[in-house]
Design a protein around this ligand. Structure first.
Ligand code: UD1
Ligand code: CA
Length: 467
């Protein structure tokens, strides 16, 4: 975004504990749609070209630093430590050192407002002009807990009074401080040094700078500036973030049968003409191509799905790769390292782990394929199991192109079924099968005449209809 030549830096306040979360984890690290809460406001300030972005950390400082740096690689982030939380004014002062020499505008906001949009921040940039500080305000349905905006008779902003310091009259004001500001750096830090802590909470209030200069206010929607203070607000914010993400995806050509129950985490990509049925969860680094169908109830993490693939209902995929026009499920499980080539099929109750399934190959029913390399055009029968683990080490099963593995086969790894070979039903394959051979290990069938009449337990002698 263009800032009409203004230089903008940002200070994001993330030092507080977030007592109302009742959590061992710092509030801003709780996840909302796949990212920590603090990720969103930091991304919003980056979108208006703020640089540097100084994040003031205190509670669980190291973790906050690590998670934000990981979520926003390459962003101009700096971290300033506020060892003791003495108030929002004190928190911003802790960022002064990191902004030494910076002479533009400083955007200040809390790390617990994930719904703030870049366009709203941009309004502050437009509004400040010659004023010392521009601040966002909103009309609150229930203003309790917020700082109230006190205006002069001519309508200009005089100061902000915190709820705990307000008179009963002042508490009736419904215009509240959203805690998002744009201040001239030359005004900000000297003004903060003049702020005392003679108030109801004994804190250095950032809000007190407003009375120390010329302030202009910009009104915003309450929903956008509402903070995450407890778990109910976390859930509401996460739901709003999902709604936005889904709206964007639908705009980009993705069909959702019911967006209200479709969960696409931040950072997941979905191509146009793909269809997401209800109760689908797409998580982590998942990338879905074009024209992919994902059936009801699928949970998919860190998985790449190529164009035209179909994932049928209730499948669970994690760390897998699904090739073009492949078909998975219903009720399939692809674990890390499962790789399906073009047009491969994996059917119901089939589990794959660290296994390559070649082009057009099929494992359609009830199988466990682990540590296997399966070529093109193979058929893996129902009930096939790779015995890949000897209790100590994992071993590889290799099945070459065009091989046919009959139902109820155990492949005791390490073992190879060579090109075009057949494995008979019920075989325990302990030795390699040469190309073009048939492997059988089951003994010849014997029928013992009259056995039921002579030996079977009484109940087995009744007619099936009598049971
Ligand atoms: C603040 C505003 C209030 C506004 C409200 C909007 C002040 C004094 N009050 O109140 O006018 O209506 O936000 O939500 O600013 N933080 C630190 N270090 C500190 C104190 C706070 O980093 O020493 C961080 C917190 O982690 C949090 C943010 O600053 O992210 C806001 O602090 P909080 O104490 O929640 O302020 P409020 O009481 O909500
Ligand atoms: Ca507070």
């Amino acid at each position: 975004m263009s800032n009409a030549g203004q230089k903008i830096a940002a200070v994001v306040l993330a030092a507080g504990k977030g007592t109302r979360m009742k959590s061992d984890k710092a509030k801003v690290l709780h996840e909302a749609n796949g990212r920590p809460v603090a990720f969103y406001p930091v991304r919003a300030v980056l979108a208006v070209d703020a640089s540097p972005v100084v994040v003031v950390v205190g509670h669980q400082a190291k973790s906050v630093e690590q998670e934000l740096s990981r979520a926003l690689p390459g962003a101009p982030l700096r971290f300033a430590l506020q060892a003791e939380q003495l108030g929002t004014g004190h928190a911003v002062l802790c960022a002064e050192e990191a902004l030494r020499g910076f002479d533009g505008s400083v955007l200040i906001l809390a790390a617990d407002v994930p719904l703030v949009r870049p366009a709203t921040l941009q309004k502050l940039v437009g509004a400040r002009q010659g004023a010392d500080v521009a601040l966002l305000t909103c009309r609150a349905k229930d203003p309790s807990g917020y700082g109230r905006i006190l205006r002069r008779p001519d309508g200009t902003v005089a100061r902000i009074v915190e709820e705990k310091d307000a008179t009963p009259e002042e508490r009736k004001i419904d215009e509240v401080n959203a805690s998002i500001y744009l201040a001239d750096a030359k005004f900000l830090f000297p003004a903060l040094r003049g702020v005392g802590r003679g108030n109801a909470q004994g804190e250095y209030y950032l809000t007190d700078i407003v009375a120390r200069g010329r302030a202009v206010a910009v009104e915003a929607e309450e929903t956008e500036v509402s903070g995450v203070n407890d778990r109910a607000q976390l859930a509401r914010s996460a739901s709003a973030l999902r709604e936005r993400r889904n709206a964007q995806l639908m705009k980009d050509g993705v069909t959702m049968v019911d967006p209200a129950v479709t969960y696409v985490e931040e950072g997941v990509e979905v191509g146009p003409d793909s269809l997401l049925e209800p109760m689908v969860s797409l998580r982590g680094k998942t990338r879905v191509g074009r024209g992919v169908q994902i059936g009801q109830g699928c949970v998919i993490s860190d998985t790449e799905i190529a164009d035209g693939a179909k994932i049928l209902p209730y499948s669970h995929l994690e760390g897998a790769k699904v090739g073009p026009s492949a078909i998975v499920g219903p009720f399939a499980r692809l674990r890390p390292g499962a790789q399906l080539a073009e047009q491969a099929h994996v059917g119901n109750f089939v589990e794959l782990k660290k296994t390559v399934l070649g082009k057009g190959s099929k494992a359609n029913h009830l199988a466990y394929l682990g540590d296997a390399v399966i070529g093109d055009g193979c058929n893996i029968g129902a009930g096939t199991i790779t015995c890949n683990y000897d209790g100590k080490d994992k071993h590889v099963t290799t099945i070459e192109d065009g091989a046919f593995v009959g139902s109820d086969t155990q492949l005791v790894a390490p073992v190879t079924v060579h090109q075009g070979a057949y494995v008979g039903t019920g075989t325990t394959v302990r030795e390699d099968v040469p190309a073009g051979a048939l492997a059988v290990s089951a003994g010849k069938q014997r029928n013992i005449e009259g056995w039921v009449e002579r030996k079977a337990p009484r109940s087995a002698k009744k007619n099936p209809g009598e049971r």
